[in-house]
Design a protein around this ligand. Structure first.
Ligand code: SF4
Ligand code: SF4
Length: 86
């Protein structure tokens, strides 16, 4: 499922450049993730890179955007034009 940034965000700007899908942007008050672009980093990395770097641990899975691993791979292929490895 896509990830979501909570209102604990301190606008540190660390996560935005780490996202391989350019899914993260500055919102009106805090940073936000476009669920149409977030693959949980599937296809790019083994772990969600934004979660790895966030200093306040305010990024979590968004139950409102439940997606299977298969669906995340399909999203990766659609966004990048690449086929999954293996
Ligand atoms: Fe971007 Fe990966 Fe974070 Fe999703 S999990 S917003 S794809 S860095
Ligand atoms: Fe907000 Fe965390 Fe991103 Fe910093 S790394 S902008 S605190 S979500």
């Amino acid at each position: 499922m896509a990830l979501n940034i909570s209102d604990e965000c301190i606008n540190c700007d660390v996560c935005e450049p780490e996202c391989p899908n350019e899914a993260i942007s500055q919102g009106d008050e805090i940073y936000q993730i476009d669920p149409g672009k977030c693959t949980e980093c599937v296809g790019h990395y083994d772990t969600p890179q934004c979660v790895e770097v966030c200093p306040v641990d305010c990024i979590a899975k968004d139950p409102a955007h439940s997606e299977s691993s298969e669906m995340l791979w399909v999203k990766y292929e659609r966004l990048t034009g690449n086929k999954r490895a293996g």
